[in-house]
Design a protein around this ligand. Structure first.
Ligand code: MG
Length: 203
């Protein structure tokens, strides 16, 4: 099992971090040890002083595939959930300045809390899925899949040119604008099309 994460997939988010808007998908990976399930708390790591939340729509891969054509990509995922791509922004900034990989900032233990998955048929319109993150009752991120630069199908097709998808793999599809720091004792609630999917605390 692997987690593929798409970076800079919403124009407004790319802008808020002063990143160029990409012309092809940017992706990186998180290991299995990054996953938190069942609303278990996220423990703030000692190595960072600036952990940011990135709320994202997550796809569940249901078929083995490589070199997947975009027109068939929708048959490779069967369910949708949400996740937080926790990012040590201070460390990522240093990695970027030095041209180094991002794993230290993105792939650490607990950096990928993930919800349960819901069959994709239960959603009205996959091209306009709302994702919303509330912290301590205040909405901080509120976006829609319609604002993604690269669609779910495009992302699957692109990544599969390089990496074989296997059943159970997951794709974090990028975060809308509004990322920012979390603090110990914060309560994070994530909604997908109005349905609460996650509710957990930072400890
Ligand atoms: Mg992200």
């Amino acid at each position: 099992m692997k987690i593929i994460c798409i970076g800079r997939n919403y124009i407004e988010h790319a802008k808020e971090l002063n990143n160029p808007v990409p012309t092809e998908p940017v992706f990186f990976m998180k290991p299995e040890s990054s996953i938190i399930r069942n609303n278990f708390p996220f423990f703030y790591p000692e190595f960072s002083k600036e952990i940011h939340h990135e709320a994202e729509i997550v796809l569940h891969i249901c078929k083995v595939g490589k070199h997947i054509q975009e027109k068939f990509a929708h048959t490779y995922y069967d369910a949708i959930g949400v996740g937080i791509d926790f990012t040590a922004r201070d460390i990522q900034q240093k990695c970027k300045e030095k041209g180094l990989p991002w794993e230290k900032a993105k792939a650490f233990d607990g950096s990928a809390p993930i919800s349960e998955f819901i069959p994709k048929e239960s959603f009205e319109n996959l091209n306009d899925l709302n994702i919303k993150l509330d912290i301590n009752g205040t909405t901080v991120q509120d976006g829609s899949s319609k604002d993604m630069i690269f669609s779910f199908d495009k992302v699957i097709s692109y990544v599969s040119q390089f990496i074989t998808f296997k059943i159970g793999d997951m794709i974090f599809t990028g975060t809308p604008a509004g990322v920012g720091p979390v603090q110990i004792n914060d309560r994070l609630e994530v909604y997908l099309d109005g349905k609460k999917m996650m509710d957990f605390k930072v400890k």
